[in-house]
Design a binder for this molecule. Structure first.
Ligand SMILES: [Zn+2]
Length: 344
């Protein structure tokens, strides 16, 4: 079997995906039309063109441009439902997804309604086609730590089977993790899983701070840990999972090309690394593409790829019985399909 088809068919677990960057183009096109259209967007292919980025400012500009078309709770719910349908068709069996309820202040939809809409969508998706999705609202560094506790209070009544944790994305340098220490301690006390982006735009000190100040259970990205030997040793001993997103790192310029990317080094040093798609629609990549990169560009062997895939199961916040069911499914796939992958 062609390697691309193989990784497409392989049952996959995704731990670092932002719903706000994972909408389907078909659904966004529907929203653009629903709200009066855009003279530059006459077709899906125009929309596709709109998501080819010239540079990082253009990426940010496009991010806010598409947010303008989310104006009612139903837009959020339907977008997430359609995203989960698309992910399910790519054989993603389980995911933990971030979303940013506070990024749509101008939409007129309240953060509470956005949380509710996403929760409804994951319930419907599981009932309709079996994909399991747990949600992690991102309290966002850039909006300031002053609001963080209010945000935690807003999501606390939703802590449940579907809403399981809090995340911290945004500008690592300008808004360091230690500012959010108090809210993370509180979140943990209330029973939330705690994760944070760190070691992507900023260096190892940002990863240290996420570990020491926020006591996170997983690190989003974490790839710049490679700059600090002591940190690598610590991550190896403690087995704190890293949610690595390779295509995203190249597209945002963390590394100039695949040959510079430290994923293989981190794996070979015994760190608990996983591979993820971050903002798949924004970056024009899928989880199968990420696995293809591991195989074709980083030259991982198939047993190593299986190991990475099982790392994601191990690092997830799913209960033990669900993890075992996922391992069984993955192992079944490898037994049935063997290692018969071709390079073209
Ligand atoms: Zn991310």
């Amino acid at each position: 079997m062609n390697y691309r088809d193989y990784f497409e068919k392989m049952p996959k677990v995704e731990l670092h995906l932002h719903l706000d960057g994972a909408f389907t183009l078909d659904f966004l096109f529907d929203l653009v039309r629903k709200y009066g259209g855009d003279p530059e967007i006459k077709s899906i292919s125009d929309l596709k063109q709109r998501f080819i980025f010239r540079d990082f400012p253009h990426f940010i500009d496009t991010w806010f441009w598409k947010n303008r078309f989310f104006r009612e709770p139903v837009d959020f719910e339907e977008s997430t439902y359609q995203t989960l349908l698309a992910l399910s068709r790519q054989n993603i069996i389980y995911l933990e997804a971030f979303f940013s309820p506070w990024d749509y202040q101008e939409s007129g939809v309240s953060p509470t309604d956005i949380v509710r809409a996403n929760r409804n969508a994951v319930r419907r998706a599981e009932a309709d086609f079996g994909i399991k999705c747990r949600l992690i609202p991102d309290i966002t560094r850039d909006h300031g730590h002053e609001h963080a506790l209010d945000r935690l209070n807003l999501i606390t009544p939703f802590l449940s089977e579907e809403i399981i944790g809090i995340g911290l994305g945004g500008s690592e340098q300008q808004f360091p993790a230690n500012l959010f220490k108090e809210v993370f301690v509180e979140a943990k006390n209330r029973g939330f899983h705690c994760v944070a982006h760190a070691g992507e735009a900023a260096g190892p000190e940002s990863v240290w701070s996420a570990i020491k100040d926020l006591d996170v259970e997983r690190i989003g990205h974490g790839v710049r840990a490679i700059e600090d030997r002591e940190l690598i040793e610590y991550l190896q001993i403690e087995q704190i999972p890293l949610e690595v997103c390779i295509v995203s790192n190249i597209k945002t310029g963390v590394f100039s090309d695949f040959s510079e990317h430290p994923f293989a080094k981190l794996l070979h040093k015994g760190l608990l690394v996983t591979v993820n798609s971050d903002d798949p629609t924004m970056f024009g990549s899928t989880l199968a593409d990420e696995y293809s990169v591991l195989y074709r560009e980083l030259k991982l062997t198939l047993p190593e790829i299986r190991h990475v895939q099982l790392n994601a199961v191990h690092s997830s916040f799913a209960p033990p019985d669900e993890k075992q069911a996922m391992r069984d499914l993955i192992n079944r796939f490898w037994i049935d399909n063997g290692m018969a992958v071709t390079d073209n």
